[in-house]
Design a binder for this molecule. Structure first.
Ligand SMILES: [Zn+2]
Length: 246
């Protein structure tokens, strides 16, 4: 059984092969595994083997590539049908098990290994070399913040206290976000994945918490600086690289 999907926006992450899908504006984003969707060219009825895929919300065009170094080809939205695979596809079966839910939407992905770990390079304050920073980035409810960053929601959820901080220091927005060091069970996963993510004592917080350390000299890249960077990335709509999902 295949189910045709009516999609509002869609983006395929080239490195992870995950596809983020939104069915209508402002609604929840669902993640699909690349193998669980079929793209059919309506003219030829042929299945397209895609490398990357981006549905442009404003133009309604679909930009796609067939290989990593291939050209970007634009299709109109109506010329491609997108189907969700049924249980005949072993790959989607293995990954998602039960496909019986009404929309054939992979709900269980949202609670399991669907939190992106963002990464960027930062100059270490001590040795002045570039070192990678890794962090998850969540709304206070626990939903992942995904690009394009939903600044409206962040403003709506911003407490008076954070707003006051922003008034005092307007160089930082003080978005209500949770990053590495804020959520224990996620910190644990991060420490297992990255050798430069460790529990260290913080003089500012006066407690041990999970943070990035410089890969060259081991200097602590404390939460405050990562929080500041993330505020800036969100504020400037800077897209961040996703290292993996946890
Ligand atoms: Zn360093």
């Amino acid at each position: 059984m295949k189910k045709q999907l009516d999609i509002y926006s869609m983006e395929m992450n080239e490195s992870t092969g995950k596809i983020d899908v939104q069915f209508s504006k402002g609604q929840k984003i669902y993640s699909y595994n690349k193998f669980s969707l079929d793209f059919i060219d309506n003219n030829t009825q042929e299945k397209l083997e895609l490398y990357s895929f981006l549905l442009n919300e404003t133009t309604g065009n679909i930009d796609l590539k067939f290989s990593k170094d291939g050209d970007i080809i634009s299709y109109s939205k109506s010329s491609i049908s997108i189907f969700k695979n049924g249980s005949t596809n072993t790959e989607s079966k293995n990954n998602f098990g039960n496909t019986n839910d009404s929309n054939n939407i992979i709900q269980n992905l949202s609670s399991n290994e669907n939190i992106p770990v963002y990464t960027y390079e930062k100059k270490c304050y001590r040795c002045k070399k570039q070192t990678p920073i890794f962090t998850y980035c969540l709304f206070e409810s626990g939903d992942s913040l995904l690009f394009p960053w939903d600044k409206n929601r962040l403003f709506k959820e911003q407490s008076l206290e954070l707003l006051k901080y922003h008034m005092q220091d307007s160089t930082i927005e003080f978005y209500p976000i949770n990053l590495l060091g804020d959520i224990k069970h996620l910190d644990k996963k991060m420490m297992n994945l990255f050798s430069t993510v460790k529990n260290e004592y913080s003089n500012t917080r006066k407690e041990v918490y999970c943070m990035n350390v410089c890969q060259h000299c081991g200097a602590k890249q404390g939460e405050y600086f990562v929080y500041r960077d993330m505020n800036e990335f969100i504020s400037h709509m800077t897209e961040l690289e996703i290292e993996c999902y946890i």
